[in-house]
Structure formats: structure tokens, C-alpha cells
Ligand binder design. Structure first.
Ligand SMILES: Nc1nc2c(ncn2[C@@H]2O[C@H](COP(=O)(O)OP(=O)(O)OP(=O)(O)O)[C@@H](O)[C@H]2O)c(=O)[nH]1
Ligand SMILES: [Mg+2]
Length: 234
């Protein structure tokens, strides 16, 4: 099977220990897939590793966002990566191996099987401390509540960072509601869903187990919680 009409967007911030092997695994597993690494000014060797990969695989490119118009941020990076892609389908995933790459094929097949959005849904979150679990549950509850009462599309993991989407659908929705996307936030799927209408999309789901990052450190902090709260109200 070939994946010529699929681009994988990998946002990175200091992922030198993960990104090279992830690119290798993806390129070797999914023939013809394109990969755009969207880097937000990493201070480690991330860009050097990606440059080396881009020399090895013609389908890999680096988008250096140090001077990007939208400013730094994970959501901003994902939007820029999707805008830059030149294929009909785009898949977004983390670069730290928390999103198992073996599900890429399944997400892609769901989209090709006539869906607009295929979401990888966390079945189980391993290794999270109790306080992070509680905050996460509260945020999920509130997020669902917002989407439910405002009549938006819903899925079983509204904050998933691992999903595949028709580029055209994403860009159309973003262009119509630019201001509602919290660019420094972490929840681009939620921002997208809150700009939809219930039953306007064909959504598929693929369950998976979310594990610990392979190497390096999490970038999640209190500010991301605040950005999410902003996202609920924008
Ligand atoms: N371009 C860009 N990438 C980012 C930014 N913040 C995080 N990332 C990347 O986005 C992905 C998710 O970030 P993480 O820090 O792993 O966040 P998380 O997976 O929600 O949290 P953990 O479970 O603690 O790892 C990783 O590939 C990061 O390198 C950012 O501001 N800009
Ligand atoms: Mg992570």
C-alpha cells in the first residue's frame, strides 16, 4: 500500500532524542508518506537531526518556525504544518512516541473509507500522577459540556493530539473561525470541534493506549491549562 496522499505533521520542541527514530519508523512503515516537522525554536539538536533525515528521505521536510507570523505555540505549529501540506489528507501526532505509530495506517484507512476526521482515542492513560488525572477529568467534563450544549461535533477523545483529517475540511473551518483557535494552546482538535456543527462530519475512532514519552521532557505546564480554559470560552 502507498501513502502518497498523506502528510504527517510532527510538532517539535526539543525532541532530538525522539524525532529521528520516529521519522525512520514512519518512513519505513508507510511507503510514500510525506512528513513535515514543525519546529518552534528547539534549543537542542532537533533541527540538525531533521535536516539529516531530510537528506536521507526526500519526503521529509523541516518547517523552522522561529520567525513564524502566527507566533510560537503547539496549535499554531499544527495549523502551519497543515497549511503547508500538499496532500488531501493530513495526520497530526506527537514526536515523542506517546502516539504509537502503528495506528497511522488504521487512521488513514478510516479517512480513505469516507470519513472527514479519524481520531485516535486514548483507551488508557498510563503513568499519570493522581493530580494530573483529576485535572484532566475535570477539563474533559467541561469540554464535553461546552461542545454538547452548543451543538458541536463530539467524539470520545475531544483533546486527542493524534488524528487524521481531510486538509480541505480543516482549512475551511480554520479560515472561517481563525480567532477561535488558541494558538499557544495544546488542544487544536478541541478548537476545531467547537467550530463545527453537530452531525456535519463523518467521524471515525481508533482506540489506543497512551504511554510515557520515550525520551526527553514534557512541555506541559500550568499555562497550558489556562490556554485550555481560554479555549472553552473563545
Ligand atoms: N512546534 C511546537 N511543538 C511543541 C510545542 N510544545 C510541545 N510541542 C511538541 O508537541 C508534542 C506534545 O508535547 P508534550 O510536551 O509531549 O505534551 P503532552 O504529550 O501533552 O504531555 P506529556 O504526556 O507530559 O508528554 C511533542 O512532540 C512536543 O515536542 C510548541 O510550543 N511548539
Ligand atoms: Mg508528550
Amino acid at each position: 500500500m502507498r501513502y502518497n496522499d498523506l502528510t504527517i505533521v510532527l510538532p517539535t520542541l526539543n525532541e532530538e532524542a525522539n524525532v529521528g527514530s520516529l521519522i525512520e519508523e514512519l518512513s519505513d512503515s508507510y511507503n510514500g508518506v510525506r512528513i513535515i516537522v514543525v519546529d518552534d525554536g528547539s534549543t537542542d539538536g532537533t533541527r540538525r537531526v531533521v535536516d539529516a533525515m531530510a537528506r536521507m528521505y526526500k519526503t521529509v521536510s523541516l518547517f523552522d518556525r522561529r520567525n513564524a507570523a502566527l507566533g510560537k505555540g503547539l496549535t499554531a505549529s499544527v495549523i502551519d504544518g497543515i497549511r503547508r501540506s500538499k496532500t488531501d489528507y493530513v495526520l497530526v501526532m506527537d514526536a515523542d512516541f506517546q502516539h504509537p505509530y502503528r495506528h497511522v495506517g488504521e487512521l488513514y484507512r478510516k479517512i480513505r473509507g469516507n470519513c472527514d476526521l479519524a481520531v485516535a482515542v486514548r483507551r488508557k492513560v498510563e503513568d499519570w500522577p493522581v493530580d494530573r488525572r483529576i485535572v484532566s477529568k475535570l477539563m474533559i467534563f467541561f469540554g464535553y459540556f461546552v461542545l454538547f450544549i452548543t451543538g458541536k461535533e463530539l467524539c470520545n477523545d475531544i483533546f486527542s493530539g493524534y488524528f487524521c483529517i481531510r486538509k480541505k475540511k480543516f482549512i475551511e473551518t480554520y479560515e472561517q473561525s481563525r480567532r477561535r483557535f488558541v494558538l499557544k494552546g495544546y488542544k487544536v482538535l478541541f478548537d476545531f470541534l467547537k467550530c463545527t456543527k453537530r452531525d456535519s462530519l463523518r467521524i471515525a475512532e481508533v482506540p489506543y493506549t497512551f504511554t510515557s514519552r520515550k525520551h526527553g521532557e514534557s512541555k506541559v505546564g500550568i499555562s497550558h491549562g489556562l490556554h485550555l480554559i481560554k479555549s472553552f470560552f473563545s
